[in-house]
Design a protein around this ligand. Sequence first.
Ligand code: MRU
Length: 345
Amino acid sequence: MKVNKQDYRTVWMEGSDVFLIEQNLLPFEFKIYKSESYIETCNAIIKMLVRGAGAIGATAGYAMAQAAIEAQNENYENFVREARYIIEHTRPTARNLFYATERVYQAALKSVEDAINEAENVANKDAEDSRKIGEFGNELISPKMNILTHCNAGWLAFVDHGTALSPIYKAHESGKDVFVYVDETRPRAQGARLTGWELNNQNIPHKIIPDNAGAYLMSLGKIDMVIVGADRIAANGDVANKIGTLEKAIAAKEYNIPFYVAAPVSTIDFECKNGDEIDIEYRSQDEIKFQCGPDKNGEMHRIQVTSPGSECLNPSFDVTQAKFITGIITEKGIFKPNEIIIKIE
Ligand code: MRU
């Protein structure tokens, strides 16, 4: 995707360094972060400089490749095994992280070159899968449509095209009149900050709405379809995605609005029977208590927005049961949630 007319990937590797777009600073500053070791790359995932299931996966794959390079002066197999453990304990919910570490770890057991090539394959496959998701998803979009999305599942979240936003990019590119309602997605505001920034870059008409406005807009007939991404999909079609997704799905069912999940097969965890088995990440209370942004001179400030002394609870994801989902848009086609186990595995 282009930023200021220049092509960028969400994350990439040159030599033994990993480069990524510092998402924490967006939309106010566009900066590339350079990580020189696998531990630095792990910290970038923990601090959410990079986030979104696919981007975390591609970054974790590169971290594994960095570990293989670093392991050359150590007890090779022990070093890469320990590195895999550390990388896999950065964030728990996104399936793609574990998909990537498994693939690159197995390659690393053969050679360092294999590890580097495999990490590249994981990122390239993300890009290709996202592109195909855009093509399949575009078939669902009519010439004029209002679409609601939650969080950020664009090219910042999945290398190059994104998942939920990929069909929207494709539809806009093919001349359709798409309008996007973007949930702000508290507490970290990935919708307001990142999806808004992405859509602005692509000149796609949109409005950012409060997280609690979706059902009302649905009741007014202003939303024709919902498309969200996914962090992990269980074998029965239950979907873990950013907190707040479940509420939108329930409201969409009530108002007969199609609710689609866009994700590649690498996000499906066939070993996970249903959503109850998905490990949901709980994050720091500070994400709710404080917001941060620039003043009119561009200087960044952190301000408290909750009652001092009140405790907060911060589940980062929720599970939308398969019964609320119209279809799952993958790189292999569009499936009903209960079909993925039969038709994909
Ligand atoms: O906590 P994050 O920002 O890493 O959350 C993951 C997500 O970006 C979303 O849940 C997204 O909608 C699906 S990932 C493409």
